[in-house]
Design a protein around this ligand. Structure first.
Ligand code: NAI
Ligand code: MG
Length: 363
């Protein structure tokens, strides 16, 4: 018997419900691996868990150890929960951990599918009788989250301070995320890319984005395109979502649109995401779209489906497409059977849903 292929995964649950949903995702992945044992394509996961997050910051003054990135670099992937807690300012926790990993590891493509599940009521009436399925591709390395700017003139006294926050758009950054979006569109039934900007108001960076989009689109004559302003696109998400397939947008715009997308699918707790370094020079990071949800943390109420869907994206990244599909089927069987957490109208706990997912894998 050959040794199983082993994937080394760094788990970073971080804060709040991040801990609960990462535990759930790990249990589901371990059940999949266990089931493959002894078979010809057996695989296994070797986990190491890191304690970084807001509690760690309160204890040590650091969101991540000084050698943290060097240690993470050795893994095949990072499985992340959510970072943020009311005791630490959000910009410190987010920049100190999640954005630090994304930017240091050049995870420039953030893929966020908007996926409608059986048994879950969407606030969109249209979802009852229309096939809806689209994916938000978020530029994840620059744009509005480039971290450029500063605060000054506090010496003027109270009320006198100023701040500048600049967005950065590079041709390289725009072109690579657009090519990624077009390549993804070619794998889908509907070959279409919608580009989102606010280029009427933001006449430098976003007009550069539009120019690059036109240039890249010319290389994909088989893919339909449209350019839509972000305000109009948010209306379109609600009114004409059947017209969407791949939506590519800058860091901030795509962040907002993907929360809207997951709310339309039924809950923020359902949405999965992959932060990819497509060149594979660094590990990619898989995490639910939602944050640490301090309002429900520690009560067993967190919906683990966003985290489990993110685990499926990780399996795809590892080349285990069949296993990812199996996980998707288990998610659909679980929601269709009505095993639902409170955010989607049910009474099941995180643990109940996790158990149902594992049972569905083996059904
Ligand atoms: P949030 O996503 O944590 O919560 C928004 C709402 O969705 C809350 O009502 C919450 O209960 C609900 N929700 C979120 N995840 C859920 C789940 N798995 N199951 C059921 N309900 C769920 O966003 P919020 O409240 O704006 O931020 C809370 C903290 O999380 C902040 O510190 C923020 O900075 C951080 N955050 C971190 C992110 C990350 O690590 N990727 C992303 C977004 C926010
Ligand atoms: Mg967000």
């Amino acid at each position: 018997m050959t040794a199983p292929r082993t994937f080394r995964i760094a788990a970073v649950p971080a804060d709040g419900v991040g801990k609960e949903v990462v535990a759930a995702g790990r249990a589901v992945l371990d059940a999949l691996a266990e089931d493959s044992r002894g078979s010809e394509d057996a695989f296994a996961f070797a986990w190491e868990e890191f304690p970084w997050g807001c509690e760690y910051y309160e204890r040590t003054g650091k969101m991540i150890d000084d050698d943290g990135l060097d240690r993470l670099k050795e893994f095949d992937a990072i499985y992340f929960g959510a970072v943020g807690w009311p005791t630490v300012p959000d910009h410190i926790s987010l920049w100190g951990l999640r954005l630090k990993i994304c930017q240091s590891f050049d995870q420039w493509a953030n893929v966020r599918p908007v996926h409608f599940l059986p048994g879950i009521t969407s606030p969109l009436r249209k979802a009852d009788d229309t096939e809806l399925d689209w994916v938000v591709v978020r530029e994840n390395s620059e744009g509005e989250y480039a971290g450029l700017g500063g605060r000054n003139l506090s010496g003027r006294g109270q009320g006198g301070e100023v701040a500048v926050q600049s967005a950065l758009f590079t041709e390289v950054g725009c072109e690579r995320i657009m090519r990624f979006a077009f390549d993804l569109a070619r794998t889908r039934t509907r070959r279409k890319v919608s580009s989102v900007t606010k280029s009427n108001a933001q006449q430098y960076g976003m007009v550069l984005w539009d120019d690059v989009f036109k240039r890249v689109a010319a290389d994909y004559p088989d893919v339909e395109t449209e350019s839509v302003l972000v305000d109009a696109m948010s209306a379109k998400f609600v009114l004409r979502p059947e017209d969407l397939s791949v939506v590519v947008a800058s860091n901030l715009n795509a962040d907002i649109l993907s929360d809207l997308g997951s709310a339309l699918a039924g809950s923020l707790g359902l949405a999965a995401s992959a932060n990819l370094n497509p060149e594979r020079r660094f590990p990619s990071m898989f995490e639910p779209v939602h944050g640490s949800a301090p309002d429900i943390a520690g009560q067993g109420l967190a919906n683990p489906i966003g985290a489990v869907g993110s685990a499926a994206l990780m399996l795809e990244h590892f080349g285990l497409a069949d296993q990812a599909a199996r996980l998707h089927r288990a998610i659909e069987a679980t929601t269709a059977a009505g095993v639902l957490t409170r955010d989607v109208g049910g009474t099941a706990s995180t643990e109940d849903v996790t158990k149902a997912l594992i049972d569905a894998l083996n059904a």
